[in-house]
Write a protein that binds this ligand. Structure first.
Ligand code: HEC
Length: 124
């Protein structure tokens, strides 16, 4: 029985990693990419996270859980790939929706812009 369960678990794991496809390549952060990301951030994220990512935007005030302060820890982690994933897939069960409609390149820009708003990282 135990053997059967671990075999089933293994098959699940294989199925999940196979369906993911190749991970998107992480582009370098350039001033141009950051500029695009900032524009997309202002258009899509500002209302909840605020222009500096450190306060609750107009829409965010009434939310539970509250929009993340970018200087705090992230559930999904703070690597550009991880923030990209959050933006692409959202956080299920919260007001943080998926923003897959933002073009991929701009999504990377948004990820870098989010990280640039993280004051805790700048102090280091
Ligand atoms: C409708 C409001 C809303 C909008 C718009 C919104 N967010 Fe969020 N966001 C949230 C909330 C609420 C959370 C916190 C969820 C939680 O606590 O689990 C969050 C969390 C996050 C996090 C933290 C993820 C983590 O791993 O903890 C990041 C990064 C983030 N948002 C980025 C963005 C970006 C970038 C955009 C624009 C593309 C955006 N958000 C737009 C509401 C919003």
């Amino acid at each position: 029985m135990k053997l059967f369960l671990s075999a089933a678990g293994l098959i699940c794991l294989v199925a999940i990693s196979a369906s993911g496809g190749p991970a998107p390549k992480t582009p370098k952060s350039t001033p141009q990419l950051l500029e695009k990301g900032k524009a997309a951030y202002v258009a899509n994220c500002d209302v909840c996270h605020g222009p500096n990512g450190d306060w609750n935007g107009v829409a965010g005030a009434a939310m539970n859980p509250k929009p993340r302060d970018f200087s705090g820890p992230f559930k999904n982690g703070k690597k550009p790939e991880q923030v990209f994933k959050t933006i692409s897939e959202g956080l299920p069960g919260t007001a943080m929706a998926a923003f897959a409609h933002i073009p991929e390149e701009d999504r990377w820009g948004v990820a870098y812009h989010v990280l640039s708003l993280d004051k805790s990282a700048k102090k280091k």
